[in-house]
Design a protein. Structure first.
Lengths: 165, 211
C-alpha cells in the first residue's frame, strides 16, 4: 500500500517536475538552434555526421568507420553529431551493426560542409545502422537539439577537430 | 677676293646638303615608327573566370539509385551562358561529363535509395573546364539524392505488428534527362577577350564565329 501511494505521488508530481525543467530545456533548444558550424580549414572540406534522437534503436550506437579501417572515426548516440575534417576528394564511410553494414561514398569539396544522417532501421534480431546523404536544411529541421559526441567516443583526429585545445 | 670667297661658299653648300636631307629622312622614319607603335592596339587583358564560379548544368541522361552504378559517366551540358565583364566566356550548350560517385538502391526496412553525383568537366574550344560542387536544385524537402525514406513507418509497424515492418521498402530516386543542377568551376580559367567591335557570336571574315 505504501509503495502504491509513493507511485501515485510520483505520478502526480511528474508534470510539475517537467514544467520546472521545461524552461531549461527550452533555453537549451534556443541556444542549440543557433549552432554555428565552423568552416573547414583552408584547403580542406568537412562532413557533419548526425543522428536524430528518438526511441527507435536508442540503445544502439552508430559507429562510423572509413571503409577498410579498423578504428572507428566516432560513434553516434541518439541526438548526437560530430564533424570530420577531410582532404578534398572521394571518401567512403561505413557503419556496422550486428546484422549488416552500410556504406556511403561522398565527394568532399574544399571549403564545403556536407551532411550525413545515421538512422537505426528495423532488423531481424537487432536494429541496423544506415547512413545516407543529407542536407543542412534537413539537419536543422530534424535535429532540433544537436549535441556533440563525447570526446572519448572519437578518434584522435576527430577529437582534435571537435574539441580543439 | 670677294668672288673667290663666293665661289668657295657655293662649292661648300652642295657638299653639306645631302647630310641634312639624310638626317631629315631618318627623323621622319623614326617618327613614323613611333607613331605606328603608338597606334598599334594593346593586347586586351584576358578574361578571368574565377574558381568556384557557379554554373547551371543539365543532366543529359537518365540516372537513378536503382539503375546507376558508382563510376558510371554521364553527359552534362551548360544550361546558361557564363559571362565575365559582360563578355560571354562560356556559351550555353557546351557539353561535358559527370560521374556517379555513389548509388544504392532502396532496401528493406524502409531504407531509401541513394544517389551521389559529381560534375567533372565541360569542354570548350578544345580545353576542359574542370568542375566541382555538384548539387541538385532541391524543391522544398524533396531532394534527388535520396528516395522516399520509410524507415520511420517500418519501425512503427514493427513495434505494432511485429517483423512485418521489416518488409516495408523505401523508395528509389530517379533523375530524368533534362534535370537541372548546379556546379562550380574548380580552377581559375582565363579566356582571350574578343576583339572590340566584333560582338560575340558574329561571324568573322573567314566564316568562323567568335567564341
Amino acid at each position: 500500500m505504501k509503495k502504491l501511494l509513493t507511485a501515485a505521488v510520483l505520478a502526480a508530481a511528474s508534470p510539475l517536475v517537467l514544467s520546472v525543467a521545461a524552461p531549461a530545456a527550452m533555453a537549451e533548444d534556443k541556444a542549440d538552434a543557433q549552432l554555428e558550424i565552423p568552416a573547414p580549414p583552408p584547403g580542406k572540406g568537412q562532413v557533419l555526421f548526425y543522428r536524430t534522437g528518438g526511441l527507435s534503436g536508442a540503445a544502439l550506437g552508430c559507429a562510423v568507420f572509413d571503409v577498410g579501417a579498423e578504428d572507428k572515426l566516432s560513434s553516434l548516440g541518439a541526438g548526437k553529431y560530430f564533424v570530420l575534417v577531410s582532404d578534398p576528394g572521394p571518401r567512403s564511410f561505413t557503419v556496422k551493426s550486428l546484422e549488416t553494414k552500410d556504406a556511403l561514398t561522398l565527394e568532399i569539396e574544399e571549403g564545403e560542409t556536407q551532411f550525413v544522417r545515421c538512422k537505426i532501421k528495423t532488423g531481424f534480431m537487432s536494429g541496423r545502422a544506415d547512413i545516407a546523404p543529407s542536407t543542412e536544411k534537413e539537419f536543422r529541421e530534424k535535429h532540433k537539439n544537436p549535441k556533440m559526441v563525447d570526446a572519448e567516443d572519437m578518434s584522435e583526429a576527430v577529437r582534435q577537430t571537435n574539441y580543439p585545445g | 677676293m670677294l668672288s673667290v670667297a663666293l665661289a668657295l661658299l657655293a662649292q661648300a653648300v652642295p657638299a653639306d646638303a645631302p647630310e641634312v636631307i639624310a638626317d631629315e629622312a631618318l627623323a621622319a622614319e623614326a617618327l613614323s615608327e613611333a607613331v605606328s607603335v603608338e597606334a598599334a592596339p594593346e593586347p586586351a587583358p584576358a578574361l578571368l573566370l574565377p574558381k568556384t564560379t557557379p554554373l547551371t548544368i543539365v543532366i543529359d541522361a537518365e540516372l537513378g539509385s536503382k539503375i546507376s552504378a558508382a563510376g558510371q559517366k554521364f553527359p552534362i551540358r551548360l544550361a546558361r551562358p557564363v559571362e565575365v565583364d559582360g563578355v560571354e566566356a562560356l556559351p550555353a550548350g557546351i557539353s561535358g561529363e559527370g560521374e556517379v560517385v555513389h548509388a544504392k538502391k532502396a532496401g528493406l526496412a524502409g531504407a531509401a535509395g541513394e544517389l551521389v553525383l559529381a560534375a567533372r568537366y565541360l569542354e570548350h574550344d578544345g580545353r576542359r573546364i574542370e568542375l566541382r560542387s555538384f548539387r541538385f536544385f532541391d524543391a522544398g524537402d524533396e531532394t534527388l539524392s535520396k528516395g522516399q525514406d520509410n524507415t520511420g513507418v517500418s519501425n512503427v509497424t514493427t513495434a505494432l505488428a511485429g517483423p512485418i515492418g521489416f518488409l516495408i521498402g523505401g523508395g528509389n530516386t530517379n533523375v530524368l534527362p533534362g534535370t537541372l543542377a548546379s556546379a562550380k568551376t574548380r580552377n581559375d580559367e582565363t579566356f582571350e577577350r574578343p576583339a572590340q567591335g566584333i560582338p560575340a557570336g558574329q561571324p568573322l571574315s573567314n566564316g568562323e564565329e567568335m567564341p
